[in-house]
Design a protein around this ligand. Structure first.
Ligand code: AMP
Ligand code: GLY
Length: 425
């Protein structure tokens, strides 16, 4: 088989890393890829701008058997629709289905109409009406831009003042551009978060192993919301009985509701969960693999990923099983100092090969670039150092051993990835 992966981040590096291990696969391409991906796959110079027909041309001309879409933006812009219309096999939801991530208002409405547990909410387009609402409820809330915002569009409003400031950022100052044409205001949920991911062919859902992300920029969950500063798997907060509850009360009702709405969802459904005292509730849906969750989930998959993705496309996922190691995986993100705010790029990165050379450590590239044979920083999240070990503690130690080999100016990483799991023990 010939595989094309779409995307450029650590998640896509992990997908390519797993796919190249498949005995079914003879050639892997990645568009646009990154310097880490280009060591194991070919990254042709094809742009993701425009209507995706030139990407489909590439897939046709290179006899690609399956295209796997990593990030949310091409899904939301309809890459899958373009490929399907041209008879090309592609893994991921259509634009109509990807709206479950691309519009929080859509996702909340779907949940409420189908009694899927989530925080109470209201949606506003008018800033004054939104401000009146938060003044009236006078309780801690979360204020969110409706559309895609790279994981940075949810703002905590612990006080009325904070909530009003967040509403103004989104609806008045347009900090999130067109993604902020509506604002979703949610009740604050209390509990521990976890990431639950399933593959689905539109009917059957196959759960992957659980993970937990660390969204805040600094140790102790302080600082600002980011795309994710690290992750570990498994997430012990999701017990077997909670997993069953999530499948029965969230995953299957969501997949059924999407189908009933004429938006059949095929691909990866990522459920961001809050495990509250009254059970698991949905924080958000994503229409794709999590980042950095994928960097800890796929290293634990001992069976082949490719047949599972094919089965999602072909509609026979019910015939498949996935095998997992009981070992734990931890990924620490090394970011540019200042992320998720302003940061500088172009800093030379040292030591990636030394970290990669450690047994059971793999360094996934995210925001990196090659300039005259030197790898330099080129984004907020730069690298993800993943380690796999017998238990969470040994994986944490190994991941930080990997991190200690790598350096670049103004590098920033959290030193407490995995601590929720350790605190439980
Ligand atoms: P989102 O972009 O919707 O996933 O939100 C980003 C992060 O904000 C989540 O991972 C949570 O940590 C936090 N968050 C969002 N909504 C809520 C909520 N209703 N209650 C508590 N925390 C929330
Ligand atoms: N790590 C959270 C996400 O992928 O959205």
């Amino acid at each position: 088989m010939r595989i094309l992966v779409i995307g450029t981040g650590g998640r896509e590096h992990a997908i390519v890393w797993k796919v190249v291990q498949s005995s079914l696969v003879e050639k892997v391409y990645c568009i646009p890829g990154n310097p880490g991906i280009s060591e194991i796959a070919e990254c042709p110079n094809v742009s993701l701008e425009g209507d995706f027909n030139h990407v489909a041309d590439f897939a046709e001309n290179h006899q690609i058997t399956l295209t796997i879409v990593g990030p949310e933006v091409p899904l939301a812009k309809g890459l899958v629709n373009v490929f399907q219309a041209r008879g090309l096999r592609v893994f991921g939801p259509t634009q109509q289905a990807a709206v479950i991530e691309a519009s929080k208002d859509f996702a909340k409405d779907l949940m409420v109409k189908n009694s899927i547990p989530t925080a109470d909410y209201r949606t506003f387009v008018d800033a004054d009406a939104a401000i009146n609402y938060v003044k009236t409820v006078n309780q801690p809330v979360f204020v969110k831009a409706d559309g895609l915002a790279a994981g940075k569009g949810a703002i905590s409003g612990r006080t009325v003042e904070e909530a009003v400031a967040a509403i103004k950022r989104i609806l008045v100052h347009n900090d999130f551009g067109v993604s902020g044409q509506k604002v979703v205001i949610e009740e604050l949920m209390i509990g521990e978060e976890a990431s639950f991911t399933v593959l689905t062919d539109g009917d059957y859902c196959l759960p992957l192993v659980t993970a937990q992300d660390h969204k805040m920029s600094h140790d102790g969950d302080q600082g600002d919301n980011t795309g994710g500063m690290g992750a570990y798997s498994p997430a012990p907060v999701i017990t077997k009985s909670i997993e069953k509850e999530v499948m029965d009360t969230i995953v299957y009702p969501t997949i059924c509701a999407m189908k009933a709405a004429g938006r059949e969802f095929k691909g990866v459904l990522y459920v961001g969960l809050m495990i509250t005292q009254t059970g698991p509730k949905v924080v958000e849906f994503n229409a794709r693999f999590g980042d950095p969750e994928t960097q800890v989930i796929l290293p634990r998959l001992t069976s082949d990923l490719v047949p599972l993705l094919n089965a999602c496309v072909d509609g026979n996922l019910n015939l498949c099983t996935a095998e997992w190691t009981s070992e734990a995986a931890v990924c620490t993100i090394m970011a540019s100092g200042g992320y998720p705010g302003d940061y500088e790029t172009g800093k030379v990165i040292h030591g990636v090969d030394d970290a990669d050379a450690l047994n059971d450590v793999v360094v996934f590239h995210a925001g990196t670039k090659l300039i005259s044979d030197k790898i330099v920083t080129d984004g907020g999240r730069v690298l993800g150092v993943t380690a796999i070990g017998t238990d969470i503690e040994s994986s944490i130690n190994l991941a930080y051993q990997g991190v200690s080999k790598i350096s670049f100016e103004q590098a920033h990483y959290r030193s407490d990835i995995g601590y929720h799991a350790i605190n439980r023990e």
